[in-house]
Design a binder for this molecule. Structure first.
Ligand SMILES: Cc1ncc(COP(=O)(O)O)c(C=O)c1O
Length: 375
């Protein structure tokens, strides 16, 4: 194949999705515009009900983005200044900044080498008397070890908030993530498996009082259904808006089918890349299902492989090149070395993944990877 610099298979494309549901999205936007109810109106309420039902969660609270969802969930479970929260370092920085925003301290925990999610044994080592909560991330759509982390939380009296920003409809042993621990935080950033047309997010909660705390925290501390200009606590304006909710309701109807599309593409990659010197993700078994927000392989010659794919017109990206404990933003925090995290940052590479990826496109990517290894 002649090398080309023009991308033929992008890492992610929303084009086909928008071609198929564009008319429905426009109709929903017009409906929301015509309703004249722009803040906490019927679209947000119905989206909250529909999203909670899709996850099997008791509550969902629409908020402005995934970062605010994390911060609100953490504050609602009682995290405050001087507390410690266990977080992975191999994740998007918002997982840690949400902790810092509350004046609390993120304590970075190494990952399991197979799943690249927080390792429960390492988390157990990191618990101090100041620890208040554990914040596992279902990274790339792979469920974290919830049994191990929930058992640790019970033993030490800690709260657990799931970072589900990359894990819409991921399941862990038959339960959908976001409905497993005390609370969950979702992002609907446009490129996520369920994406808005701007910033949006949600908090999930299984306890009525916790859900009401989240509702107050996203709405200036105001009691839900209570009189105007009475504020029970210090909250912020972090509301989900009606236009985003209207679009999310359209997309939510397709999410199961889209997740299946991602899993089919992943299954084909796993078959097509078998036998190469790579570490591949796992579809999941025993009621656990990876939702493949990203299809991330690990390769010792990662940067060379990335260049080779780019030359072939195949989209690829490194998530995440610098773990959070090595970011300048967290320089002040004395972090122990996290060898498995640092290894993942050196070797991880995302290949094209979206629901509409054709089998022939997956095959082209696999062919290019095989060529790299001379197979
Ligand atoms: C793991 C993780 N946590 C949190 C976030 C923050 O979400 P948002 O970008 O909607 O604030 C993201 C999204 O980028 C994420 O990937």
């Amino acid at each position: 194949m002649k090398p080309t610099t023009q991308t033929q298979i992008p890492l992610l494309s929303l084009k086909k999705q928008h071609e198929r549901i564009g008319a429905d999205m426009r109709q929903a936007l017009v409906r929301a515009l015509d309703s004249g109810a722009f803040i906490l109106g019927p679209e947000v309420r119905q989206f909250e009900t529909e999203f909670a039902a899709a996850l099997g969660s008791r509550h969902a609270v629409g908020v402005s983005n995934g970062t605010d969802a994390l911060r609100i969930a953490l504050e609602a479970v009682g995290v405050g200044p001087q507390d410690e929260v266990l977080v992975p370092s191999f994740t998007f920085i918002a997982t840690a900044t949400a902790v810092s925003a509350l004046g609390a301290k993120p304590v970075f925990v190494d990952i399991d080498p197979d799943t690249m999610t927080m390792a429960a044994a390492d988390a157990a080592q990191a618990v101090t008397p100041r620890a208040k909560a554990i914040l596992p991330v279902h990274l790339f759509g792979q469920p974290a070890d919830m049994d191990g982390l929930l058992a640790l939380a019970r033993e030490k009296g800690l709260k657990v908030v799931e970072d589900c920003a990359q894990a819409h409809l991921t399941s862990y042993k038959g339960r959908t993530v976001g409905a497993i621990a005390d609370a969950g935080a979702f992002s609907f950033y446009p490129s996520k498996n369920l994406g808005a047309v701007g910033d949006a997010g949600a908090v999930t909660a299984q306890d009525d009082a916790l859900a009401e705390s989240c509702r107050q925290l996203r709405n200036c501390g105001r009691v839900t259904g209570g009189p105007a200009y009475r504020h029970a606590r210090v909250g912020q304006n972090c509301r989900l808006d009606e236009l985003q909710a209207a679009v999310l309701r359209v997309k939510l109807k397709h999410l199961t089918k889209w997740t299946e599309g991602r899993r089919q593409a992943a299954a084909r990659y796993i078959e097509g890349l078998a036998g190469l010197p790579l570490r591949l993700p796992d579809l999941g078994q025993g009621g656990s299902r990876h939702s493949f927000h990203l299809f991330v392989i690990r390769c010792d010659r990662r940067d060379e492989l990335a260049r080779h794919l780019t030359e072939r017109g195949i989209g690829n990206a490194v998530y995440y090149p610098i773990p959070i404990h090595q970011q300048p933003a967290y320089q002040g925090l004395a972090a122990r070395g996290l060898p498995r995290t640092e290894e993942a940052a050196r070797t991880a590479l995302a290949l094209p993944m979206y629901p509409e990826l054709e089998p022939s496109e997956v095959d082209l990517v696999c062919r290019a990877v095989k060529d790299f290894f001379g197979k």
